[in-house]
Ligand binder design. Structure first.
Ligand SMILES: [Zn+2]
Length: 99
């Protein structure tokens, strides 16, 4: 898997910077151009969330883990979702409408 790069100068963004960028835009540290998430990658992100929730619910029915277990399990999946999300990002030079 590869981290996404700036649309202008093709420099890859750092992982930490991408995690902070979940909803909006970022300015490239090298060329100073603003990078927006493409509508496509935002739509993909919107799909992952319900899939993760479904996996979570199935998991909760399989194990009798109690309330603290449910919280830990939820956090675990949230972390996995967050840590993989930057790999699905693609950038463009202008804000695209979602629909
Ligand atoms: Zn750049």
């Amino acid at each position: 898997m590869k981290l996404p790069a700036c649309w202008s100068c093709k420099k890859q963004f750092s992982y930490g910077k991408l995690l902070l960028l979940w909803v909006g835009s970022t300015v490239c540290p090298r060329c100073g151009e603003t990078n927006y998430l493409t509508a496509e990658s935002r739509k993909k992100g919107a799909w992952y969330t319900p899939i993760l929730i479904i996996i979570m619910v199935i998991g909760l029915n399989m194990f009798d883990i109690g309330f603290p277990g449910i919280i830990l399990y939820g956090l675990f999946f949230l972390l996995i979702g967050l840590s993989f999300s930057p790999f699905t990002f693609h950038f463009t030079d202008k804000q695209e409408p979602l629909f």
